[in-house]
Ligand binder design. Sequence first.
Ligand code: 1CP
Length: 337
Amino acid sequence: MRACRHEPVPHTPVWFMRQAGRSLPEYLKVREGIPMLESCMRPELVKEITLQPVRRHKVDAAIFFSDIVVPLRAVGIDVDIKPGIGPVIADPIRSFADLERLRPLEPDDVPYITEAVGLLVDELGPTPLIGFAGAPYTLASYLIEGGPSKNHENTKAMMYGAPDLWAALLDRLAGITSAFLKVQIEAGASAIQLFDSWVGALAPDDYRRSVMPASTKVFDAVAGYGVPRIHFGVGTGELLGLMGQAGADVVGVDWRVPLNVAAERVGPGKGLQGNLDPAVLFAPTRAVETKAREVLHAAQALGSSGHIFNLGHGVMPSMDPDALSRLVAFVHEASAR
Ligand code: 1CP
């Protein structure tokens, strides 16, 4: 929390995107036989899965175990998370008539989120809980394509070809996302992260015109709570400045842009999160430490605070959990002040 606010820290804090999940045997064990989305609706299970990486790796923050499509399901969209694929939408959103299926999210739609966050905050003590939601662009890409997509062709076809429909869709999603984040903050989450994982598919002008207003609406909606707001996407080197301007306090950076360069693009006053290439974790410990040291070194461009160590994207299922635990210890040691 102090790093988010540029206050002095005893060492650089570290957590990992997708730290809760398939890389942990204890996760696979408790999830056995329970479909992904159903597991997100069981508060005791959510608490256990969220705590697992905190116990094991000694990371400095917990990320709430859920998924970006949970609020879509909560407003009645027929979405499932298929093993080995990801979110699949039965009837994609392609017209103004389809939009009517995206009603606003009310706190009563997600009582299990309020309950799980409450359980976690009691249990975590001083360790912050990061709440999260999917950003309008990334959610729209699943809703329009009907599932994971490499080229986002239907999404871009709507963005370029039906700008009024596109703007209306993103605006509705901004409302749902804001409401979902508010539920988590009001239940006790210490910080939030807005995942715009796939927005790196866009050029800066298109981002500014067609996406940024909706993301800004989300950040504005939660600004009054004073909790740090983190904004992350993959392949967003050319968008980092705009993603900061959208309203983030901390900008997440993937491994393609060194943090000293990212600091220039984002500008003063904002923190940075990242950005070790996740694939580095498959190399021997010495190589992991050399690359982690490079990240810490590049982050010195921010001064003595304002950096949160993370991977440039999520933990991969086949990663060795012990390599992650060693990395946490290394970051703490190498950055001790
Ligand atoms: O059965 C399983 O274990 C399914 C795997 C899984 C898990 C563990 C999915 C399916 N979602 C999750 C949890 C999850 N999703 C978390 C938990 C907390 C943590 O990080 O430890 C979070 C933050 C997410 C967010 C999420 N879901 C994002 C944004 C983050 C990112 O990685 O960029 C995205 C894009 C999704 C969609 C999604 N859900 C699941 C998968 C496999 C995907 C991606 C599919 C694709 O390639 O489009």
